[in-house]
Design a protein around this ligand. Structure first.
Ligand code: NAD
Length: 492
């Protein structure tokens, strides 16, 4: 650390007294130049021979080439999965299946740093998040579900529990490896086989995961990974062999998928967008709450479905909370995602950066007051300053639409009922946060907030044992815990 002596004024006001020396992560991500599809236990070239580039959003350089799966490749993947389901995976005793899941979890731990670096290079999230959250959590999901593989009867006691068959899954770019784990681990534990498609901007760790499956000796065809964009996703969601589909992504695409499957008896789960309210009452420990709010919206650049993107703060403490927030965002470190001190890394893609920029401009145009950190941004790469809006009203686009970026809209309330009404006044219902000293108020709020998860005096806490999922346009179905397993089996 180097103490800064020049430029005293802004530093003294905002506490930006210390500048950290660069501390880049150096582990080798062991990237190949080109990643093929993972079908029937092998890496195979796409039938069309087409590949697309995966870009490092931190500096806009090309990282690798990714195979683009067409309908024929998706069909081959489904046939391999069906064969594996009929001949190997579904007849296999649960305790044997569990051993594979344990092995996958341990191999992920063995290669944790390599996967964390690959995730950060490909997705732009700070290395401290991929290293301390994404990869360990992905391994934890495999460990947890490994324990369920021989306990299927206990998922729904008194009922007969059977796998669906082959499950088609499509995931987004915000937690590439973790979303893959949320999807694959429960499916395999319940005896299903899988065809999964990662998001087009973040396919590297999913395809590297194919290497882990080979190392674990998973029987060919049990998991198939097909990369590509929306068309590939549509082929995965609409294939006739799929006995169930699971989608995580935007509400807009979720609706397209639901429309395309309307009239069929396809089982589906949808994990969609969010516009969560983080609610601070005047009796809350304000400094702690401000830390929770910062974590709730600026974690992973706000690329979080359950991000606390609306702050509802009780009027009597609104001014104090806003000034604490402004001070806090001024010292958040934005920059190189590979630096271990970075708090906010890169926005995942140019398109997402444009979307955030447009929505922020709408906030200014509609009359909200914008407060942005004055930090320097790297010249290359996709970056956005931590942004807080005050004087926001419920009719503003920034209060209603999912921005999926580091942008917080602050609204105020006077009474408990007004807080509940404002928090629930959204098309979404994925998560919420309540900050108060009173236990009874926490219980009342969690009963009345229409959100799948309500955190109290904390935010963004996850555990494989705890179900996660939404209300209203945030989707249906749960991931994690015993409830998550119910979506991956047939009950008789
Ligand atoms: P997106 O909907 O644009 O894309 C998600 C995935 O769907 C990608 O793999 C994409 O290639 C694929 N896709 C696109 N068009 C498709 C189509 N017509 N048919 C099938 N697949 C198609 O979402 P995104 O921008 O990648 O991710 C951000 C969104 O994901 C946000 O809205 C966020 O809230 C949501 N999300 C929700 C959860 C949750 O658990 N509820 C978790 C993470 C992200």
């Amino acid at each position: 650390m180097t103490k800064k002596t020049s430029k005293p004024s802004r530093e003294l006001i905002f506490g930006d007294l210390w500048e950290f020396d660069p501390a880049p992560e150096t582990a080798d991500p062991k990237l190949k130049k080109r990643y093929d599809l993972f079908i029937n236990g092998k890496f195979v070239a796409p039938k069309s021979g087409r590949y697309f580039d995966s870009i490092n959003p931190g500096n806009e350089t090309k990282l690798v080439e990714i195979a683009q799966a067409g309908a024929e490749d998706v069909d081959t993947a489904y046939r391999a999965a069906k064969r594996a389901f009929d001949t190997v995976w579904s007849p296999m005793p649960g305790h044997e299946r569990g051993k594979y899941l344990f092995r996958i979890a341990r191999l992920l731990q063995d290669r944790a740093r390599e996967f964390a670096v690959a995730e950060t290079l490909d997705g732009g999230k700070p290395i401290k998040e991929s290293r301390d959250f994404d990869v360990p959590m992905a391994a934890a999901h495999f460990f947890y579900h490994a324990g369920w593989a021989d306990k299927m009867a206990y998922v729904a006691p008194g009922r007969t529990v059977k796998p669906h068959g082959v499950v088609g899954q499509v995931i987004p770019w915000n937690f590439p490896l973790l979303m893959l784990a949320w999807k694959i681990a429960p499916a395999l534990a319940m005896g299903n086989c899988v065809v999964i498609k990662p998001a087009e901007t973040t396919s590297i760790t999913a395809l590297k995961f194919g290497e882990i499956l080979q190392e674990a000796g998973l029987p060919p065809g049990v998991v198939n990974i097909v990369s590509g964009a929306g068309e590939t996703g549509a082929a995965v969601m609409n294939h006739p062999i799929a006995s169930k589909v699971a989608f995580t992504g935007s509400t807009e695409v979720g609706k397209i998928i639901m429309r395309s499957l309307a009239g069929t008896d396809q089982k589906m789960t949808m994990e969609l967008g969010g516009k969560a309210a983080n609610i601070i009452f005047e009796d809350a420990p304000l400094d702690q709450a401000v830390e929770g709010i910062v974590n709730g919206i600026f974690f992973n650049q706000g690329h979080v479905c359950c991000a606390g993107s609306r702050l509802l703060v009780q009027e009597s403490v609104a001014e104090s909370v806003l000034s604490k927030l402004k001070r806090r965002i001024a010292v958040l470190r934005v920059g190189d995602p590979m630096d271990k001190n970075t708090d906010l890394g890169a926005i995942n893609s140019r398109e997402q950066l444009e979307r955030i920029t447009k929505l922020v401009a709408s906030g200014v145009k509609e009359g909200a007051e914008m407060h942005q950190s004055a930090c320097k941004l790297p010249v290359k790469g996709f970056y956005f300053r931590p942004t807080v809006f005050s004087k926001v009203s419920m009719s503003h686009r920034i209060a209603r639409e999912e921005i999926f970026g580091p942008v917080l809209s602050v609204l105020t309330f006077r009474t408990v009922d007004e807080a509940i009404e404002k928090a629930n006044n959204t098309a979404y219902g994925l998560s919420a946060g309540v900050w108060t000293d009173k236990g009874s108020r926490i219980l009342k709020m969690s009963a009345e907030l229409k959100a799948g998860v309500v955190w109290a005096n904390t935010y963004n806490k996850f555990d494989p044992t705890s179900p996660f999922g939404g209300y209203k346009e945030s989707g249906f179905g749960r991931e994690g815990g015993r409830q998550g397993l119910l979506d991956y089996c047939k009950l008789a």
